[in-house]
Design a protein around this ligand. Sequence first.
Ligand code: ADP
Ligand code: MG
Length: 729
Amino acid sequence: MGSFRINAVETASRKKPLEVAIPKEMASTYFGKYVFDRPKMFKYLPSDVYRKMTDVMDHGADFDRTIADAVAAGMKQWAQENGVTHYTHWFQPLTEGTAEKHDAFIEHDGKGGMIEEFEGKLLMQQEPDASSFPSGGIRATFEARGYSAWDPTSPVFIIDDTLCIPTIFISYTGEALDYKAPLLRALSAVDKAATEVCHYFYPDVKKVQSNLGWEQEYFLVDEDLYNARPDLVLTGRTLMGHDSAKNQQMDDHYFGIIPERVMQFMKELEIRALELGIPCKTRHNEVAPNQFEIAPIFEGTNLAVDHNMLLMSLMKRIARKHGFRCLLHEKPFAGINGSGKHNNWSLSTDTGVLLHGPGKTPLDNMRFAVFIVETLMAVYKHNGLLKASIMSATNAHRLGANEAPPAIVSSFLGKQLSDLLEAIEKSDKEDVFNLSGKQKMKLDIPVIPEIMLDNTDRNRTSPFAFTGNRFEFRAVGSEANCASAMIALNTAVAEALTLFKERVDALIAAGSDKFAAIVKVVREDIATCKPIHFDGNGYSDEWVKEATRRGLDTETSCPVVFDNYLSADSVKMFESMGVMKEFELKARNEVKWETYTKKIQIEARVLGDLSLNHIIPTATRYQYELVKLVQGMASIYPTDQADVLCNRNRRIIGEIAQRIDHIEEYVYALVESRKVANAIASEREKAIAYHDNVIPLMDKIRYEIDHLEMTVCDELWPLPKYRELLFIR
Ligand code: ADP
Ligand code: MG
């Protein structure tokens, strides 16, 4: 007993860094080596096919099916030159991971032999057996089939011997069964709405792109220690574990020296990621021990989402090579920081960034104000939905804990931007931007220095902070598919811009000057969306009260937060922007509730098992040793002397007995509460029962176990402790 853990600790501490072979060429040389990117398209595709492909990628032109065979042939040739034998449609079902089913190129040649074949139709569309993916009942109601269809805007890539083709995943009748399909619709909605608003200022703008730069946080744990923790293996987090005496109090991990074993892992991860076209840029230690971050340069949102999914799977694979396990769970360890994934979001046109400013001309300033204010309008109107978009059983541990954004979505603007908006709102002049005198370039607003990147204060508590040329949606969970947040945000901004334009156009139609109309509507909106603006301390209790007063969503129960997807405002927004229909939203919520229940159910079972067959037997064993000792003492000392000498041990025997009783009582109550919850037919009510009745029991069990960990002899304790899991040597 216990020796398994001690052996694991010893093995872990003796591991040497795995030296990674660093390519001789510069990173820019091997960047995108395994991606069928433009230079490769140019090389492997006939020139007219290449032109059509770039038209699809750059201008959203419809894909001309007649070129599919030629594109597939080019891809196949490139792939085979790289030793590829298989291909797969690579998609993002509603499971938080990616899915792939590999098929070999090999086919009968009709003459008794075999050939390698890859036709356009195989590239364009496939029918994976969809019945095992969550659909929230969509397939049952409509059609059993699910189709994956190629997304030509995200390039195909090679992993090992397989050509991976990014695809959407939809039902026979076109309902989205994945993240990518609604994301592409949301991106197209924001493109359309933002381009039209841009035309007030810059008539030449053809396209507005939504950008995403994510920052991925993660933990590394030694593989041997991980394997000795069934809770980590089965649930991705520790369900028990007393605080380590030292954890992050000294602030000595953040930006600290990266341990050599980790450094080698990071190097290899970056090389592999760059080869796959993921523009990795930043790496550092995070706040908690064993916590790290990797961030690429921002990209168009669709590609950035794919790259994040790809990177997460790379991280897991490469970590294993280096004797680690990569934990992407938002809260693997209680008592120290959890992991998030800041989503830096912005809009840019084919000519420049839209959220950057104020600019050099009054027109730029006005454009800046419009896009900032309408983003805030979107976040204000849909703050509950945005919270729902990042909420999950796992991220719920992090939100509202004193480290991450609270479970209330608000926006931090910083002093300069706040002053600017106030000046626009309060100015008594009709033409605050001073545009009437055509060439007059002066801005009639009290001093607006150019807002420099990072000039804004860092407010770690804000879930949606303006940071110079972008907003940073910080509440996103480390394990999540960024698409969920990006679908909600981009659709909400598309709607805000559309409504903005409708009102401006109505004023213009009624005879108002264009710019006067814009200023009028912007002013109204600055006043309307004020409740979302909060620069203070998001951790304080006062903020919860104040936010409630402002009408912001302050709900913390994960299954209830999901209701926001089905509010009248959300349904109207998703339907009017052409992103999702009400029954799709309903179906997806069924999946969310079901997933929530299953996650908590698994955790509860694992905790029950560990309590009964790891913790209680270990504690009993130690207790038995103490009992023998007390008996032994009684045999060598007179009774009253033995009583005094055994005082402490008697107390511990009693304490262990009591804690064991409690644990057992709670474990049986846990089983009962699951039974009751499982009998509930509605997925929503079931998830709520898990949240309200199952989780509190788990917390009680953990409390007792963590105290036992401090009492029971270290040598006997079976599970690696926080102090062992958290410090890679
Ligand atoms: P931090 O917020 O920790 O300072 P960084 O400044 O290193 O992080 O980068 C955050 C992320 O924001 C990076 O992915 C970066 O490329 C991205 N980013 C920078 N400018 C923009 C922008 N205009 N739109 C979207 N993302 C951006
Ligand atoms: Mg950041």
